[in-house]
Design a binder for this molecule. Sequence first.
Ligand code: PLP
Length: 394
Amino acid sequence: MMDFIPYGKQYIDKKDRRAVKEVLKSPFITQGPKVKEFEDKISEYIGAKYAVAVSNGTAALHLASLAILNPGDKVLTTPNSFVATSNAILYVGAKPVFVDIKDDGNIDLDKCIEILEKDKNIKALYAVHFSGNPVEQEKLSYIKDRFKIAVLEDCAHSIGAEYKGIKAGSCKYSDCSILSFHPVKHLTTGEGGAVTTNDKNIYEKLLILRNHGITKDEKQFLNKEMAYDEKDNLNPWYYEQQFLGYNYRITDMQCALGISQFEKLDTFIKRRRDIALKYDDAFEKEDIVKPLYRYNDNSSYHLYVVRVDFEKLFITKSELFYKMREKNIGLQLHYIPINKQPYYRMLGYGEECTPKMDRYYKEAFSLPMYPPLEREEQEYVINTLKKIVNENKK
Ligand SMILES: *Cc1c(COP(=O)(O)O)cnc(C)c1O
């Protein structure tokens, strides 16, 4: 039998390992030159003016939320994401409002517009480009123009994705975007994340919040009496805490890995798209297993999601997962509706009208998708899935 095939994993080569080793031999293992170098790579690749690298994607969401939300703000977001997306809204005392998805798993922006027409207390929209497939940028543009709310793009799935020439994360119609460099994502730093923005004020705030709310920039000092001595010398030890910030710094070791991974990013994305094409072909004539959306080269394919109508089978989704696991194939579900999590129910969520999300949860799951997935491994996944489905048709 094949070795275990997970739904996602990283690819680290010799160059990556060498890059990290070099940092270990250098004077700076954190807060050295690699952080800025990594940030420059990110902003250049994505086409946003600024990037701030942080310790993980959730920290990126938290800092972005501190920069663009106020306590009490209502924020439209999707139930179809990792809990971190809406948790960040809660971190800052704001209130998520869950909106149903469309057939492609993305938040329904037309529904968002309907809600915005009626509720003037909605102050922001958090959109996730689910699985790597970007939401409609012209609708983000319309929402920003018409309702003047803050928009955040969660690009944890979608580095390298493009919508009509607009790169995910470039913040053309959003205030900030966030990235994650967790090992299952497109490129990894172990743990890591970033915020991108075109807004200088947001950028400067993010830098300070990443580092305890402390600034060492003389121009920004508020307390001049403590900053200078009686002969007007700047006190060399001086720094100021001006906000309640955090330690969300990323290390030079991680950034060196990230910089090295960047060299492979386009190859990674191409490989993911090839894998997606092959899955699409394999399920083309299937009536029970269907891709979430037809092959789409806008998508950077963090995930490959299929839908199965389990009413047509004798086995449940759970049984399918176990049967695939017995064959050494790891399936995964992205995602359990966030609003139905016990913590969210405790806050009064869970009974929103989200029929598409409810149906999606019954039918959808993710197949193995990662650059080093071998052809034979993918064929094995396809054949095993088809076989189990065919043997259990009603
Ligand atoms: C992975 C992920 C995050 C969180 O990133 P971490 O680096 O794991 O903290 C946030 N949003 C989405 C959609 C993700 O997939």
